[in-house]
Design a protein around this ligand. Structure first.
Ligand code: SF4
Length: 346
């Protein structure tokens, strides 16, 4: 299929079936497209919509986002996962506030958290400039359409797919084309049970012609991921408040509030002494697992009923007593939030 024919089929399909009422499409602006594209990394549209609406209400422009305290930004992000995205958004907003919104590929990929595909999407959708994208949806469509085998994240296949994406991207209607490719991947050429009979590319799709749709894209050979073990301390005072600590700005759950953690149960006594706490009751809860992309975290929550510590225990802004029974707006990692929800039910 020639690029012209590919574009024609796709855009005709888009005119009839494409998504045209997403919140970031009304109105379209570089800031709104950027925000939505960052939120959509590793996250589905249906999950993103309420977060986008909350964010845009609170921070309608890059200036407002740049001037917001990071804690508030992380609170609004809480539950969406991959918190580095929120920290990068905040940093990038400060750059944008100083220097204006970048309008070239090179300047966009200089922003924290913006890769080549996100930059391409911003340029095509917000600026109507012809630029290719290669997000997860487009990778899947192109790998199947051309019958390309091999993990799409591998460097040779990745390059092949970028070349193809550039080859098919039109000069005209680039915003609609980019949206159409994303929509086709999300609604027709889906990971499982793709709707090939409704696909505008079916006539020349190599995966379909060779009966390989179910085999492509080739999954990554999964390696066994390691298991890390931690103890989470749920120190609760007489008022029912739980002790929280601010995590360092980088790393897992960077900048979020969490409960103190220890490598082993054997460290508890030393921890209690260090914090000058009087413990009235200790209760071990059941071990739970949280899986990150590169390891499993098995954590044992241990509840300690304590007297509130003396003043020297609390370091300003780094430790707080948190009323977990109230729905206070605070950025907590998902497993900690889940633990608090369970405590509330008890
Ligand atoms: S025909 Fe099927 S496998 Fe091929 S691109 Fe369309 S939906 Fe995907």
């Amino acid at each position: 299929m020639t690029p012209e024919n590919f574009q024609l089929q796709l855009l005709e399909w888009f005119d009839q079936f494409g998504r045209k009422d997403l919140p970031w499409q009304h109105p379209i602006s570089p800031y709104r497209v950027w925000l939505s594209e960052v939120m959509l990394q590793q996250t589905q549209v249906v999950t993103v919509i309420p977060y986008f609406n909350k964010f845009i209400k609170q921070y309608p422009t890059a200036k407002e986002l740049a001037n917001a305290p990071l804690d508030n930004v992380l609170s609004l992000w809480a539950g969406l996962g991959y918190y580095a995205r929120a920290r990068n958004l905040h940093k990038a907003a400060q750059q944008i506030d100083k220097s204006g919104f970048p309008e070239t590929l090179d300047a966009l990929v200089d922003l924290p958290g913006v890769g080549r595909s996100t930059a391409g999407a911003i340029l095509s959708i917000a600026f109507s400039k012809s630029h290719a994208i290669l997000d997860g949806n487009v990778r899947r469509v192109l790998a199947r359409f051309k019958g390309i085998e091999g993990w799409t994240g591998g460097s040779a296949v990745n390059k092949q797919l970028w070349d193809l994406s550039e080859y098919y991207t039109p000069e005209e209607r680039s915003a609609d084309y980019t949206q159409a490719m994303m929509d086709l991947g999300a609604t027709v050429c889906t990971r499982s049970k793709p709707l090939c009979l409704q696909c505008p590319l079916q006539i020349d799709c190599q995966a379909l012609l060779q009966d390989k749709v179910h085999l492509l894209p080739t999954p990554k050979v999964s390696k066994k991921i390691p298991v890390k073990q931690l103890v989470f301390i749920l120190a609760t005072n007489k008022k029912g408040e739980v002790l929280l600590e601010k995590r360092p700005p980088v790393g897992i759950w960077g900048g979020l509030w969490s409960v103190p953690e220890l490598e082993s149960k054997l460290d508890i006594l030393a921890w209690i002494e260090k914090h000058d706490l009087t413990v009235h009751e200790t209760k071990e809860l059941t071990v739970k697992r949280h899986t990150f992309s590169h390891y499993h975290l098995d954590y044992l929550p241990i509840q300690l009923t304590v007297d509130s510590p003396t003043n020297n225990v609390m370091e300003a802004d780094l430790r707080i007593w948190y009323k977990h029974m109230q729905h206070k707006n605070i950025a907590l990692p998902a497993p900690i939030k889940q633990l608090f929800d369970e405590l509330k039910e008890d």
